[in-house]
Design a protein around this ligand. Sequence first.
Ligand code: GLN
Length: 471
Amino acid sequence: MNTITELRAKFISGETTPTEIVKATLATIKEKDGEIHAFLAVYEDAIEEAEKATALYKEKGVDTPALLGVPIALKNNILLKGKKTTGASKILENYTAVYDATIVKKLKEAGAIFVGATNMDEFAMGGSTENSAFGPTKNPVDTSRVPGGSSGGSAAAVAMGAVPAAIGTDTGGSIRQPASYCGLVGFKPTYGAVSRYGLMAMGSSLDQAGPLTNLVADAETLHNIMAGKDPMDATTISPDTYEEVKNKDKYTFGVPKHFLAEGVDPDVLKAFEEHVQLLKEAGHEVVDIDLPLFEQGLAAYYVVMPAEVSSNLARYDGIRYGLSVDGDDLLAVYEKSRAKGFGAEVKRRILLGTHVLSSGYYDAYYGKAELARKKMREELASTFKKVDFILTPTAPTPAFKLGEKSEPLAMYKQDIFTVPVNLTGVPAITFPVGTVERDGKSLPVGVQYIGPHGGDARLFEIGKSMYDERK
Ligand code: GLN
């Protein structure tokens, strides 16, 4: 049940059927989701699709699409035709998607069965899923703690054993950080590898969709199905336009040591150091690197991202979609609808974004942040001439308690290792490397491998050898 790889083999051999598995999924959700709240909606009609898939396996066996009958959970900012897609916002509480996102279309064609919509921080803004307008999700490993965010519902859905995989989106770490907090594999593709058509835009130059799974091999399967050039998203690139990034037997990993010196939980650092040791034992080389600009990532991200948020969220005006509050004139409708429909964090970012884009401050903030971003890309490009991967912890701490980081800056700091990856457009994978003990619970800790632009396949290759094969 926990991996696509295993399910697929069992469906083909007839050891189990999609009908049985989808029933088990719905039963697990019924049993556990009252407490966890990973799902905003559960699709009971998945059973009918499962029955069709079961019949198809009987008829065709191995000659069926790669995901036939596999239950998958979908973050609720990704459009699934005919289903409510809310972005976990009051402003879209009653919005039903009128078309499928490109990735949804591709997953459907591969036979996947969507079993439910997962909870998230409102419009993907946050790192704990506490910003959902519909109440937080709890971490299945320890329900007094957050599952991370913003794809916290997707992470919890997999971690609680309901589905073998879920799809999330990552603008600054929203796949990788919850994967790390919940003990999963999470993958953020090279920018443009995966179509954003049908995703609710947060930061258009940063957003990518990707998988949360229990195996690197499963993440690879899902990514390869979702990736590719899409005429509906002009920023997508075809994989063969990448400079060829070849797989090797032995790799060089660069660790920005000074960057890890501050603010990282000592137990997380210990798990990280143990992984460094493991890499060395496996014959890889691990060297210290300097990444001075990388360290400015958080500052640049919290200028660029809100700027894009303020522009992307202008479309929720009380006229075009969802909630509309009456007013004396059009401006009043806009103001009242947005005041009522958006939560506090979304409003904070819209205000910040409008400020950094305003004519008097554009050069001082937005212009500078974009410049920093350009320099970061150059720094990375020269670093990747010397090393194959950059290695960091995925997050500076294990999962924190619900309510513990209600102060926005404390929450933003959790993104320190993940946001530079989105700003520079490179791919990164996270997988569990150990646990730390807190209040009698073993909390998972993840490590992040960052690859060069277009190095997605190579990340899967090394991920499988350092994680799947050692599990
Ligand atoms: N935690 C980050 C933020 O709040 C990342 C969010 C994301 O990747 N969607 O912006």
